[in-house]
Design a binder for this molecule. Structure first.
Ligand code: ASP
Length: 443
């Protein structure tokens, strides 16, 4: 027998129907011992997430507006599930406690966290598992930074006392005992921390899709599913916009080498996507394509700086970074040639300060020439296996050339796991389709 940590996202625990599916999934495999849950999500298009309603309560409290009705909508949703599924956990007692707290205008983090808290109490009752609160187990420092080692230790010690348990995702507390949440979608992180602490065989992340697709289905029609992907590949793809899992959930699982399996609560027969280390037997065994996935995003600006003999000038790049620091702008990429460096920045960071930033480059770096290329989209073609297969770049560039996409920038890290191209925003979708078509067929 092994141990699986299963985290169920908002849509998997949104109402009685979803919870019944969730229970069946859990009961199908006795290894599913530790269950992490989100707050109830949307039941249909246009519905509200419990977490959003709770934040709305806080806004009302802050503005001295009545919030009772909003809280009642929240309470009614849990009550309906309790009654429909015949669970007996005395939710009323918890509602009274929360209502008493609300009168004292508690923090937004406290109010939001009650969504996960109540759901975990309810689901523990439904499954007949212990309820284990994460408030004192997920530890943050006074500034709100997660204390990874302390959390690991606290979770391990507590869970050793419970054979089966349900834990609320999304929150922990600071040393003064105040509730602190992760950023939105953070129950994924709780699940990964629990999986790491108990060294689970697998961390299952149950959601409403059957894992990752090779490309965004809004751009490519029926893209193939990714069966296995390495943590590193996923990091590259999610950085570029592919999202199913919270970014910060990868690290704890990776540290403990626990594979993450993305699964679909509405299609439990699908195997989903398995995320592992590159040396994991499941990853080595999988056939895998050369290209694992393609992701990208629009709206970047490239500032290309040219200066004769730049290569022998000390401190050039340091001064570039100094300018970026002063403006609080990060750089996405910094491809360089002998006498050129291009700074790729997101338009979001730049805001309306492009002229100022370029002026600062001009005065502090004294370049011979500056080219500005606006409205650039970056596309990452990611695949661990690209590094030892010749001809991959040639195929990629031929595909883009055949599709008449003008490549404005190329960046390939030395890991050769990722080739990034910059194209004009208007060519973004065409470029992704061309790359996908060039690599999707092979097995
Ligand atoms: N309920 C929280 C949110 O909606 C956290 C989560 O579901 O992971 O962001």
């Amino acid at each position: 027998m092994g141990i699986k940590v299963a985290k169920f996202g908002g849509s998997s625990v949104a109402d009685g129907i979803q919870l019944t599916k969730t229970k069946q999934i859990i009961e199908q495999d006795p290894d599913r011992k530790y269950i992490v849950v989100s707050a109830p999500g949307k039941r249909f298009d246009g519905d509200s997430k419990i977490t959003d309603l709770l934040y709305l309560c806080k806004t009302h409290i802050d503005h001295n507006l009545p919030y009772d009705q909003i809280f009642q909508v929240v309470a009614d949703r849990y009550m309906a599930v309790e009654v429909n599924l015949g669970i007996d956990v005395d939710l009323l007692k918890h509602f009274d406690e929360i209502k008493a707290e609300l009168k004292r205008n508690p923090s937004a983090d406290y109010i939001a966290s009650r969504g996960e808290f109540l759901n975990a109490v309810l689901i523990a009752g439904f499954l007949g598992y212990d309820f284990v609160d994460t408030a004192n187990l997920i530890k943050f420092d006074a500034k709100g930074k997660l204390l990874v080692e302390e959390t690991d230790e606290a979770l391990r010690t507590e869970l050793a006392k419970h054979e089966r348990a349900v834990l609320p995702g999304f929150y922990g507390s600071t040393p003064d005992g105040n509730i602190k949440t992760f950023s939105r979608g953070g129950s994924d992180i709780t699940g990964a921390l629990v999986a790491r602490a108990i060294n689970a065989d697998v961390y299952e992340n149950w959601t409403d899709v059957s894992g990752f697709l090779m490309a965004d289905p809004r751009i490519v029609k029926n893209p193939k599913q990714i069966e296995t992907i390495s943590y590193k590949e996923l990091r590259e793809l999610s950085y570029m916009g592919a999202s199913v899992l919270h970014d910060e959930a990868i690290y704890p699982a990776r540290m403990a080498n626990v594979p993450i399996n993305i699964r679909n609560t509405n299609k439990p027969e699908d195997n989903g996507t398995l995320i592992t280390g590159e040396d994991h037997p499941a990853f080595l065994k999988a056939k895998g394509r050369t290209v694992t996935g393609i992701a990208g995003s629009k709206d970047f600006t490239v500032v290309a700086l040219y200066k004769n003999m730049m290569s022998s000038e000390r401190g050039f790049v340091r001064r570039i970074l100094g300018v970026l620091d002063d403006y609080g702008v990060g750089f996405e990429h910094l491809p360089s040639g002998i006498d050129t460096v291009s700074v790729v920045m997101s338009n979001k960071d730049i805001g309306d300060r492009l002229d100022e930033i370029v002026d600062a480059f001009r005065t502090r770096l004294q370049p011979d020439n500056i080219d500005i290329i606006e409205d650039i989209a970056l596309i990452a073609t990611v695949g661990h296996r690209m590094s030892y297969r010749p001809g991959v770049a040639a195929r990629l560039f031929t595909a883009l050339g055949d599709a008449e996409v003008n490549i404005r920038m190329i960046d390939q890290g030395s890991s050769e796991m990722n080739i990034i191209v910059g194209v004009e925003n208007k060519d973004f979708q065409k470029a992704i389709r061309a790359i996908y078509d060039a690599f999707c067929e092979e097995e």
